[in-house]
Design a binder for this molecule. Structure first.
Ligand SMILES: Cc1cc2nc3c(=O)[nH]c(=O)nc-3n(C[C@H](O)[C@H](O)[C@H](O)COP(=O)(O)OP(=O)(O)OC[C@H]3O[C@@H](n4cnc5c(N)ncnc54)[C@H](O)[C@@H]3O)c2cc1C
Length: 495
C-alpha cells in the first residue's frame, strides 16, 4: 500500500509527489490518461513561470546557459513582490489580496529555486517577453523565465525526478471516489484499464485539474455560451476532483463565474493536440491583437485592443470574443507590425486571409457585415492621426492612442496603411477554470466550517481563491508548483 495517492500527473501533482518523496513517504500517482497523454494542461503550456525578483542576481542561479552572449545585453528589469501583488489585485475587482495569493507571491522565487534543485532548468523568455530596444533585449511584463522545453520539458523533468525518488504511476487509471472510514481516508476507488479497483492509502492529494473540459459544468457555472468554447489543453479535466472532494464535505471556493480564456484560431480542433511538437502546441492561440484591431461579424470593434500589455488583457479578451455573435471575430493587421506578431501567426496551420487593399481584405471575410467593417476600419485609421507623431513602442504602454472614437484604442494605435493586410479569424478557447475547493495555505482541503478534512489535500487548478477575474500570465504553473509542494509536505507530515 502507498502512504499517499496523488490523483493527476500535471505540474501540481508532480510537485506534490516530489515533495512527499523528499519527506520519505511512499507515493502512488494515478492518471486517467494513457502513457502518451499524461501531464494534463501543464504539458501544453509555454512553461512561463511568474515569480518576484529584485535583480538579475536572483535569476542567475536559475538560468541554464549563463554563457549566452545575449545576457550581457539584456535588461530584465525587476519584478518586486509589490508589483506581483498589484498584478493579482488588479484582477480581484476591488477585493483584497487573499491569503493564498500572498503566500504565492512570498514564496514564488523560492519555489522556482526548489524546482531548480530538482533539475528543472530555465531560459530567459526572449521570444515572448522581450523586444530589442537600442541594442538591449528589454523585458516587459515581469515574466522573465520559461522552463527549458516549455511545459513538456517541465513535466518530463518533474516526472524523471518523481520516478528517480521512488514514486510510481498507474496510467489509464481514473479516480472515481475517495474512501473515508471513521474520519480517515483509506483508499481510492478507481477504474484501471476499464476494471473497477480499490487502491488503499492513508492520504490523497487531488491534482486533477479544473472543469474546463466538461461542457455541462462550463454551462452550469460559467454560463450557457461557454458550451461552445474550444478547450486549449487536455480533454481529461472534467471536474471529477471537485465532485470527489465535495462528497467528503469540502467547501467550494473562489470564482466560479469566469475562467481563463483567450482568442484562438477559429479552425482549431476542439481540444489541444499533443501530436504537435511541443513548441507548436500553443500556436492555435492568437494574442497579438494589441498591435491591430478586432472586428466582430457586425463589423464593429468591441474591446480596447491596446488597453494594456497582452499579459493583462488576453484572459479577458477570450471572454469578449466568446460573447460576440457566433463567438467569432477577426484580428486585422498591416505589414508594419508583422515583426511584432508572435510566432503563432506564422504557424503552418494558422488560418489567415490576405489582401493588398483593405477593401479586398474585407471582401474576403465570410460572414462579416462588409460595409460596416470597412467603415469601422476607415474611422479607426482617421482617429489614429492625432497621435501619429508618437513613436510605436511594444515594450511599454506607448500612449499612441486613437481619439474621438466611441471605443478608443489607447496604445499601439498604428494606422492600418501598409500592405499586405492580414485577417485572422478567431473564436474563444478556455484555458482553465478559477473556482475550486477551499484550502489552507498548506494545501489542506477545508470543509464549510474552515476545518481540514483529515488526509485530503489539493493543489493546482483544483484550488479556489488564487485567481479571480483574470490572472497575470505565468502564475498558474507557479501556483501549481507551490501548492503542490505544500500538499506533498503536509500529506507526509500528517501520516
Ligand atoms: C495551452 C495552455 C497554455 C498555458 N500556458 C501557461 C503558461 O505558460 N504558464 C502558466 O503558468 N500557466 C499556463 N497555463 C495554465 C496551466 O496549464 C495550469 O495553470 C496548470 O498547468 C494546471 O496544472 P495542474 O497540475 O493543476 O493541472 P493539469 O496539468 O491539467 O493536470 C491535471 C491532471 O489530472 C488528470 N485527471 C483529471 N481527472 C482525473 C481522474 N478522475 N483520475 C485521474 N487523473 C485525472 C488529467 O488527465 C491531468 O493529467 C496554460 C494552459 C494551457 C491549456
Amino acid at each position: 500500500m502507498a502512504d499517499i495517492i496523488i490523483i493527476g500527473s500535471g505540474n501540481a501533482a508532480l510537485c506534490a509527489g516530489i515533495a512527499a518523496l523528499e519527506k520519505g513517504a511512499s507515493v502512488l500517482m494515478i492518471e486517467i490518461a494513457n502513457e502518451h497523454e499524461w501531464g494534463g494542461n501543464s504539458r501544453y503550456t509555454a512553461g512561463a513561470m511568474r515569480f518576484a525578483f529584485e535583480s538579475f542576481e536572483d535569476l542567475k542561479p536559475l538560468i541554464r546557459d549563463l554563457d549566452d552572449e545575449r545576457l550581457a545585453k539584456t535588461d530584465f528589469g525587476t519584478y518586486t513582490k509589490e508589483k506581483f501583488l498589484g498584478d493579482l489585485k488588479h484582477f480581484n475587482e476591488g477585493e483584497p489580496i487573499t491569503e493564498l495569493q500572498q503566500y504565492l507571491v512570498d514564496n514564488s522565487l523560492s519555489v522556482l529555486q526548489w524546482l531548480g534543485s530538482h533539475h528543472v532548468k530555465f531560459d530567459p523568455s526572449y521570444a515572448r517577453q522581450s523586444f530589442v530596444k537600442n541594442g538591449i533585449h528589454t523585458f516587459w511584463g515581469g515574466l522573465a523565465l520559461d522552463v527549458e522545453g516549455e511545459g513538456d520539458g517541465l513535466v518530463q523533468a518533474e516526472m524523471r525526478e518523481f520516478l528517480r525518488l521512488g514514486g510510481t504511476i498507474h496510467y489509464n487509471c481514473a479516480a472515481e471516489e475517495i474512501i473515508q472510514e471513521n474520519g480517515e481516508i483509506t483508499g481510492v476507488k478507481c477504474v484501471q484499464d476499464g476494471v473497477p479497483i480499490v487502491l488503499p492509502c492513508k492520504a490523497v492529494i487531488l491534482g486533477c485539474g479544473g472543469f474546463e473540459a466538461n461542457k455541462q459544468l462550463r454551462e452550469q457555472y460559467l454560463g450557457e455560451q461557454w458550451g461552445v468554447a474550444k478547450v486549449r489543453g487536455t480533454r481529461h479535466n472534467m471536474g471529477k476532483g471537485l465532485e470527489m472532494a465535495t462528497s467528503l464535505g469540502a467547501a467550494l471556493h473562489g470564482f466560479f463565474g469566469g475562467c481563463h480564456a483567450v482568442p484562438m484560431d477559429k479552425n482549431m480542433p476542439d481540444y489541444g493536440n499533443l501530436e504537435l511538437p511541443f513548441n507548436e502546441r500553443k500556436h492555435y492561440r492568437k494574442i497579438s491583437y494589441l498591435y491591430g484591431i478586432m472586428l466582430n461579424e457586425e463589423g464593429k470593434r468591441f474591446v480596447d485592443e491596446g488597453l494594456d500589455m497582452r499579459n493583462y488583457t488576453y484572459a479577458q479578451f477570450g471572454k469578449a470574443v466568446l460573447e460576440q455573435p457566433n463567438s467569432h471575430a477577426w484580428q486585422i493587421f498591416d505589414e508594419k507590425v508583422a515583426p511584432y506578431l508572435y510566432a503563432e501567426y506564422r504557424f503552418r496551420y494558422a488560418t489567415v486571409i490576405e489582401a493588398d487593399t483593405l477593401e479586398e481584405l474585407v471582401a474576403k471575410l465570410d460572414g462579416i457585415d462588409k460595409n460596416a467593417a470597412l467603415k469601422t476600419i476607415q474611422e479607426y485609421n482617421e482617429s489614429t492621426k492625432a497621435s501619429q507623431d508618437i513613436g510605436f513602442d511594444p515594450t511599454l504602454k506607448d500612449g499612441k492612442t486613437t481619439t474621438g472614437l466611441e471605443l478608443n484604442k489607447t496604445n499601439w494605435a498604428n494606422c492600418l496603411d501598409t500592405p499586405p493586410f492580414k485577417a485572422y479569424p478567431v473564436t474563444s478557447g478556455i484555458t482553465f477554470t478559477y473556482g475550486g475547493v477551499r484550502t489552507s495555505k498548506n494545501a489542506e482541503v477545508l470543509n464549510e466550517n474552515g476545518e481540514p478534512i483529515k488526509g485530503l489535500y489539493a493543489c493546482g487548478e483544483m484550488v479556489g481563491g488564487v485567481f479571480f477575474h483574470g490572472y497575470p500570465g505565468g502564475s498558474g504553473l507557479t501556483s501549481g508548483a507551490l501548492f503542490g509542494r505544500e500538499a506533498g509536505y503536509s500529506a507526509s507530515k500528517g501520516l
